[in-house]
Design a binder for this molecule. Structure first.
Ligand code: C5P
Length: 297
């Protein structure tokens, strides 16, 4: 049996940190949404009990450092199943980029194995299991638009942003989320995102207001650690993006643009300066088709 699952990338329209918790995590408030850039995760059942991982990308670990691998181990344990599975990740989302690529692959494994093993668990139940794998995994189980609180696992659905183009640009290096959070001084944040205004903007489908309220408290921290990220932001602004922000802990910078032509011009202008540059669509109101039909191999 085989199933092919879509794992879309996420971006943060806002990211706020309220305080550092006794467990070491930060209490967050984030508006997150999904863009039209996917990994494809193929799952095939193995005749033995091994869990194996392979990928089109050399940057993807093949062992327990891979969140997709951990998702398979955890789901199998919860379901009391001993059958093995082979996970193949066709990587399109940049790695260690702030786009939740690894978390989305893990969420795809949860959704896919739920089907392959006929577990019949709800997305809520899968999201709860996902929270044990990584802070962004519950959001990625749904891959829509949501307000995320707590570590990132407390989700309230929101309307999708108004349709537009998203230019994504990532420098050659990745970023460790743990390192960025470690350098964040929560009590010294001099400006917090206006989360409520972003939520209102989504409800009113007000593109200008979405653009005006883009803000991420991790952005100055990553800019300080990696000045190239700031340079990419400045270039994107200069090349005419309506609004520009770093996603998650970075280093990917995204720019929102209404017209396709302008998005393509920005991509061309950034090529040569950034290692990976794409123009993709913001996913509209349509529910993302996250699963493809399973079939007997
Ligand atoms: O949960 P996840 O493993 O994705 O988080 C990676 C790291 O990011 C954590 O080890 C922690 O240092 C930091 N983090 C945080 N507060 C959050 C989420 C992540 O400090 N809410």
């Amino acid at each position: 049996m085989f199933i092919s699952v879509k794992a879309p990338a996420k971006i943060n329209l806002t990211l706020d940190a309220l305080y550092k918790r006794p467990d070491g995590y930060h209490e967050l408030e984030m508006v997150m949404t999904t863009v039209d850039l996917y990994d494809r995760v193929d799952l095939s059942l193995r005749p033995d009990s091994k869990i194996t991982v392979d990928s089109s990308s050399g940057f993807v670990p093949r062992d327990e450092r891979n969140l997709a691998y951990r998702a398979a181990v955890l789901l199998r344990e919860k379901a009391g199943i001993s059958q093995g599975v082979h996970i193949y990740i066709d990587k399109q989302i940049p790695v260690a980029a702030g786009l939740a690529g690894g978390s989305s692959d893990a969420a795809a494994v949860l959704r896919g194995l739920n089907q392959l093993w006929n577990l019949g668990w709800s997305l809520e139940e899968l999201a709860e299991i996902g929270a044990g794998i990584g802070s962004d995994v519950p959001f990625c189980v749904y891959s829509t638009t949501a307000l995320a609180k707590g570590r990132g696992e407390k989700l309230t659905p929101l309307p999708a942003p108004p349709p537009c183009w998203v230019v994504l640009a990532k420098p050659g290096h990745g970023v460790s989320t743990a390192d960025v959070f470690q350098n964040l001084k929560v009590d010294q944040i001099d400006h917090h995102p206006q989360t409520e205004k972003m939520i209102e903007a989504l409800k009113r489908q007000d593109y200008e207001s979405v653009v005006r309220n883009l803000e991420n408290v991790l952005e100055p921290v990553t800019h300080h650690m990696y000045p190239t990220v700031k340079k990419i932001k400045e270039k994107m602004q200069r090349f005419g993006a309506d609004g520009v922000l770093m996603s998650g802990s970075g280093p990917t910078v995204f720019g929102l643009v209404k017209q396709e032509q302008r998005a393509k011009r920005i991509v061309n202008s950034l090529k040569g300066f950034c290692q990976q540059v794409f123009a993709v669509r913001m996913l509209g109101k349509k529910q993302v088709p996250l699963l493809e039909e399973k079939r007997t191999k």
